[in-house]
Structures are given as C-alpha cells and as structure tokens.
Design a protein around this ligand. Structure first.
Ligand code: SF4
Length: 291
C-alpha cells in the first residue's frame, strides 16, 4: 500500500449550509479545479456522514447527474480524497458537531471511484487506519460504483468496504438510456461481481441503488424485473427519486410512481428503502454536485 500524506487537505473555497443541517463545501484541487463534498449529520446515536468526491467531472456521464455533464477533468490524488475526511468535521460549527459519536464516509460525490482505483484505495486505507473523520473501520466506508465489475473483484481482496451498486435498471438496453457508457450485457456481470463480493469479501455489504427517473426507471414493470434479477443477492435496495438538475431531457418521477415501484420491488427478497434527499436547497443532494 503506497503512502498518502494528508497534511495538506484541499483548501475550502466556500461552504453552503442547508436548512436541514447538511453542509456543502467547495474545495480547490491541486490543479485549481473545484471539488464538492457534503456533510450530513444523521440520526441517533448521532453520526456524521461525509459524501466525498474522487474525481472532478465523470467519464460515466449518467444522464440524471450534474457531475456527468462534464467528462472527467481530474482524478483526485489519495491526499485530496483523504483530505476531505481530514477537513470534514472542522467545517461544522460546534453546535452541529456536538454529540457526534462516529463518522461514516460514502464515496458517492463527484466521480466514479473505481476509475480512480489506486488513489481511492490508498486514501480509504489511511482513513480507516487513522480513524479520520471518526471512522471506526473499513465497514464505515461505502464505495459507490456504476458497475465496474473487474474493480469489484479486486476491491473484494483489497478492502472489505461496503458497496453501493448503482444499477438503476435491470434491463441492460433500457439502462443504456441513463448510463450510456455500459453495454446492455453488463448488468449480469455486475450482479455476478456483487454476488462474489458478498460470498468472498465476507465483511463487505452490498446495497443496490435505483435512481427513479420519470417514465424510464420508475415503472412497476422495471421494479418487478429488478426484484427478479436481485433475488440471489437478497440485498437492500435504495430508491433514489431523481433530483432536479436543471435542463436535460429527464425529470424526477411522479410521487405515485415511486410508491408503485417500491410496492412492486418489495415482492422480491430485497428490503426496499427510499432515500430521503438531503441539502436540496443548496444543491447538495444525489446527482446535484457540479462545482
Ligand atoms: S452518478 Fe456517479 S457515476 Fe454517474 S455520472 Fe454522476 S458521478 Fe459519475
């Protein structure tokens, strides 16, 4: 494992505090670009979740995501990734920081972590070893991926973190409408790699995410197919209604479709958990980071 120095955390350019307590920070990268991270105080016992970025822009270019409107302009160094954890809690005032007992990190910010694999793993190893951001072990870290299957096989050996697979649709052809850079046959290999991850990785958890986009992925027929595809994983499914990102051809789902999807998906073996958006008023919610 290479060395990652985290004494120089990215310099904070600006902070925006949402009415729900979520904080979005914009930081300057080594190349003078801008990365965004989000801090969310959560529940009880009080924890602080940091949604960190691994790249500026993203080559995956999901159609529902503001980050994906720009291709990858910079893959962050290990220091820049771990530095977000180093800086995180000091960005909150004492009133919000009080009573926080531990921290979690989700690599769900800007970029596809698996396309910056080496730096991402080195950074998370340092975070877990040093307990940065109050992380207690690799289990407090979740790596989100759009489904780079070979990297999942590798990660399984390197670090037992939790995985969030952004599957969205079980039907590969329809999935290409939202995530165009994957072939229509890729869904099967993604589910296989998650199955392997659970079986061999042992300690790691797998959650599947489905971004609900109006008239594409919010249909109960998609939910039924998803439930069938995921039957052998028996994992938790996070439903994420698309957030508005301004412009583009896709829109958030109608409420009744979200409920219909959840109902249909619940027929399978997976637990269905709708994700409650955080920081919408400061554009800090899923898919809204852009810098
Ligand atoms: S959703 Fe994730 S993988 Fe897709 S474009 Fe946005 S940052 Fe990249």
């Amino acid at each position: 494992m290479g060395y990652v120095g985290v004494r120089i955390a990215p310099c904070v350019l600006c902070k925006l505090l949402s009415t729900d307590g979520t904080l979005k920070a914009s930081c300057k990268t080594s190349r003078g670009l801008c990365l965004e991270s989000v801090l969310m105080p959560m529940g009880w016992p009080r924890s602080l979740t940091l949604c960190a970025s691994t790249q500026v822009g993203c080559a995956v270019r999901c159609r529902f995501c503001a980050t994906g409107r720009r291709s990858c302009a910079q893959s962050l160094s290990g220091s820049e990734i771990a530095g977000q954890a180093l800086r995180a809690s000091s960005m909150l005032g004492p009133a919000l920081r009080n009573g926080v007992t531990y921290g979690r990190i989700v690599l769900m910010g800007m970029g596809e972590p698996m396309l910056n694999y080496g730096a991402m793993v080195r950074a998370m190893a340092v975070v877990a070893a040093c307990g940065l951001h109050g992380v207690r072990s690799a289990r407090d870290i979740t790596v989100s991926t759009s489904g780079i299957a070979p990297a999942l096989y590798r990660l399984c050996r390197d670090m037992p973190v939790a995985i969030a697979l952004s599957l969205h649709l079980h039907d590969g052809l329809a999935r290409r409408l939202l995530v165009p850079c994957f072939s229509s046959a890729a869904v099967l290999s993604m589910v296989d790699s998650c199955f392997y991850y659970l079986r061999v990785g042992g300690a790691g958890r797998v959650t599947v995410e489905s971004c609900l986009v109006r008239d594409i992925s919010d249909r109960p027929s998609q939910a039924n197919g998803m439930a069938r595809s995921l039957a052998r994983l028996a994992c938790m499914v996070n439903l994420i209604p698309m957030n508005s990102i301004g412009g583009g051809v896709y829109s958030p789902p109608r409420c009744r479709c979200t409920a219909g999807f959840a109902l249909a998906a619940a027929q399978g073996r997976s637990a269905i958990v709708p994700r409650i958006p955080r920081g919408l008023d400061v554009r800090a919610s899923c898919g809204q980071l852009r810098a």
